[in-house]
Structure formats: structure tokens, C-alpha cells
Design a protein around this ligand. Structure first.
Ligand code: SF4
Length: 73
């Protein structure tokens, strides 16, 4: 199974920086928290997504692999 982007909602504090860096991959819900847009789960190597990952102050953007192992890159 391919790697997939995910948001660790136990860490996300709603800064929306991820959306600012990569609006093609992230949305912001009604309460201000991030989610991965439908169809964008596979954008793990996208340059803007990489910038968003680096700039998330909570390290809440994670990459999940096929074995269910999770971890901030
Ligand atoms: S930048 Fe990080 S903490 Fe902020 S909304 Fe995005 S995932 Fe959540």
C-alpha cells in the first residue's frame, strides 16, 4: 500500500499554515483544524506538501505507510 498523508488531530492546533503552503492538499474544517483533501492523500512527495510538513509548528502532518506505522517525517 502506498504512503498516505494524514493529520494527527491530537497535535493539530489549527494554525492553517499547512493550508497556506499547500492548499492543493489541505483544507480547514469549521473548527479551524486541518484535514487532507479527498484525493490528496498520495501527495507525500509534493514540494508544497513538504514545505507544509516542515512548517507545521505542532508536527501534526504525518505520513502513514501500508503497515499502519505512523510518524512525522
Ligand atoms: S499547520 Fe499543523 S497545526 Fe496548523 S492547522 Fe496545519 S496541521 Fe494543524
Amino acid at each position: 500500500m502506498a504512503k498516505e498523508l494524514a493529520i494527527d488531530l491530537s497535535r493539530c492546533q489549527g494554525h492553517a499554515r499547512c493550508w497556506a503552503f499547500a492548499p492543493e492538499a489541505f483544507g480547514i474544517d469549521d473548527e479551524g483544524y486541518s484535514y487532507v483533501l479527498p484525493g490528496a492523500e498520495g501527495l507525500v512527495d509534493n514540494e508544497n506538501v513538504r514545505k507544509a510538513i516542515k512548517n507545521c509548528p505542532e508536527r501534526a502532518i504525518i505520513i502513514r505507510d501500508g503497515d499502519g506505522v505512523e510518524g512525522a517525517p
